[in-house]
Design a protein around this ligand. Structure first.
Ligand code: FAD
Length: 303
């Protein structure tokens, strides 16, 4: 269960208590505020706080005294121009603070993004819950034979059942030992929590607060909502994409158009494309590209 009934009651109480403010708010984001969006089997993402909206990006770009808004079209055009030309600092004026519950092996990938502020649940101080990520059967796949960093065919039948059995049994046994080691009952060793946790597997859930500005968040989403990212982090990135689309719709659309859906071409690629448009026959051999780069180029132009 992503949140317990008690936690949900806390969230509901926050949402039932609107405050008046002079600050700019984003109607789309207000819908998300505090609510836990379920991700994976026990995880979630929820917005704890945010600052700014599309207008704040324009306000900063124009270094304005007031709203900084000219007209809706002007604002959208300005945001698209800023995104297209990598004028990134106006996007840093918007911030988001998320509460994320995620498996430890996903957290290890996530924490590589250094341009955020993080505070993680302390397993030195608190006892971790008995919650482990067990993939849904359709996400159990064999090692890819073409990509060392990816998955191949989905496992099925006995193979899938065996994997699930091992994952569940190992998680359960490790947690039983953890509980035994930290037990304060008479006759127990009463091992320190900071030591007992070392035996827990990487599919156990942790939680953190993660605060980041919009520019760096979009960079994170560009890498982690991408098809090359591991499924288990991608689903978090996808959930955050939906939030960002409601929070700053103009910025998110520009991001989709100029980052997510865009490609970057080398000089050789641009040259080959121009020659092709003139009707010249261009091959890998006369393109100046390596075989791998040529394959990537073909992937781009053939779609
Ligand atoms: C599909 C995929 C596979 C990956 N595989 C591996 C792997 O096999 N092994 C591995 O170790 N990692 C791997 N990574 C992690 C990757 O190399 C980056 O560490 C991670 O994506 C964070 O990116 P970043 O540094 O750009 O982000 P951030 O840390 O958020 O930084 C954002 C930007 O800020 C700047 N910046 C931040 N800190 C510094 C600094 N100290 N010095 C200079 N500039 C800085 C850089 O311009 C950087 O791009 C993988 C990532 C992806 C998406």
């Amino acid at each position: 269960m992503p949140v317990t009934p008690d936690q949900q009651a806390e969230i509901d109480a926050e949402r039932a208590n609107p405050r008046q403010t002079l600050r700019a708010t984003s109607p789309g984001m207000e819908q998300h505020l505090y609510t836990a969006i379920p991700v994976l089997d026990h995880g979630f993402v929820r917005v704890v706080d945010y600052m700014g909206d599309d207008a704040a990006i324009c306000q900063a770009a124009r270094v304005s005294y007031g709203k900084g808004t000219k007209s809706v079209q002007n604002d959208e055009g300005l945001i698209r121009y800023l995104m297209r030309h990598w004028h990134s600092t106006p996007f840093e004026m918007c911030e988001i603070k998320l509460h994320v519950k995620l498996p430890v092996f996903v957290a290890r990938q996530w924490i590589r993004h250094r341009t955020a502020n993080v505070n993680e649940y302390s397993a030195r101080y608190s006892i971790l819950d008995r919650e482990f990520y067990i993939p849904a059967p359709e996400h159990l796949a064999a090692q890819s034979v073409v990509n060392n960093q990816g998955r191949g065919d989905t496992l099925s039948g006995e193979d899938a059942a065996k994997v699930l059995e091992i994952l569940k049994a190992d998680s359960s046994r490790a947690y039983d030992h953890y509980a035994e080691l930290i037990s304060e009952e008479e006759g127990s060793v009463g091992l320190a929590r900071e030591l007992a946790r070392m035996n827990l597997p990487a599919n156990i859930y942790t939680q953190w607060y993660w605060k980041v500005d919009l520019h760096n968040l979009l960079h994170f989403l560009r890498l982690r909502a991408d098809a090359h990212a591991q499924y288990e982090i991608r689903v978090y990135a996808d959930a955050i994409c939906n939030v960002v689309a409601d929070w700053v719709p103009f910025a998110f659309k520009a991001f989709e158009d100029y980052r997510m859906g865009a490609v970057s071409m080398s000089v050789q690629m641009m040259d080959s494309l121009r020659r092709m448009l003139k009707g010249e026959e261009v091959t890998q051999e006369n393109s100046g590209m390596s075989a791998r780069e040529w394959r990537e180029f073909m992937g781009v132009i053939e779609g």
